[in-house]
Design a protein around this ligand. Structure first.
Ligand SMILES: [Zn+2]
Length: 255
């Protein structure tokens, strides 16, 4: 009889004690940031707009994470076509006490210049002129914000001198951010994307985040074959799958 009681008690306990995965639910917060939106289209292709590509990939990554990583809570800086200020994107991540911030963008080149492939940035001082050019173009989004001169302490996104602040910046999360960026590029390579590498540059959207973070440039909207890929369902799925897998691999290394 005692055995039976113990057995029933055990069954009851099993029923009420949450499983390990339930315990861990929501313990890791991932912020997905679709660059641009609303009045800010981002870079323009022949028919495509950067803001739409970024959002399509973010939503696809989010869906993969939500379906397959039950212990991860996904927070989006936007899920629709709305304008969100750069500082607010970082603030959303900080308020959520996020563990990881991934900003998704699409590259562009001036004139007839052609580019192919994906690259990932972490916050830091650029070492090459083309990396500075990417940061300048992305940071120019603040010029659509009200009173940006005051709110970004006189930062002029178009002036190279403004970027000197990134030379002396202490980034606590540098090592982890680079680790994440390497995982992302590894997955892009595995998916057959030309590898444009991991770089550093002064991105305002990364500057105020208090967690490991990176900014992905998916591909070149101004190159015809790249634009077609970025606008295709195949392209969106492959890019999202790579980013999802990289986040999963990164997370596995930090536990
Ligand atoms: Zn962008």
């Amino acid at each position: 009889m005692r055995h039976l009681t113990t057995f029933i008690l055990c069954l009851l306990l099993l029923a009420i004690v949450p499983t390990a995965s339930t315990w861990a639910e929501g313990t890791f917060t991932l912020v997905l940031d679709a660059g641009h939106g609303g009045k800010d289209p981002g870079a323009l292709g022949k028919t495509g707009k950067e803001k739409n590509i970024n959002l399509a990939v973010v939503l696809a990554v989010g869906q993969l994470v939500e379906q397959n990583m039950k212990d991860v809570k996904v927070v989006y800086t936007r899920k629709t076509d709305v304008f969100v200020e750069l500082n607010e994107r970082a603030a959303i991540a900080n308020r959520a006490k996020a563990d990881l911030f991934v900003s998704i963008h699409t590259n562009a080149l001036p004139g007839k210049a052609q580019g192919r492939g994906s690259e990932t940035y972490t916050l830091g001082m650029h070492r090459a002129a083309d990396n500075l050019a990417v940061a300048k173009r992305e940071n120019a989004a603040i010029m659509l914000e009200k009173d940006y001169e005051n709110r970004y302490e006189g930062f002029d996104p178009k002036s190279a001198e403004s970027y000197i602040i990134f030379e002396f910046m202490q980034d606590t999360y540098m090592e982890q951010s680079v680790k994440l960026a390497n995982h992302i590029q590894k997955q892009f390579r595995a998916a057959g994307r030309p590898d444009k590498g991991v770089h550093q540059a002064g991105f305002l959207v990364l500057r105020n985040t208090s967690m490991p973070s990176c900014l992905i440039e998916l591909g070149y909207i101004t190159t015809t074959s790249e634009e077609a890929y970025l606008l295709s369902q195949k392209g969106v799925n492959e890019l999202a799958q790579s980013i999802y897998q990289a986040i999963k691999n990164y997370k596995a290394t930090i536990k």
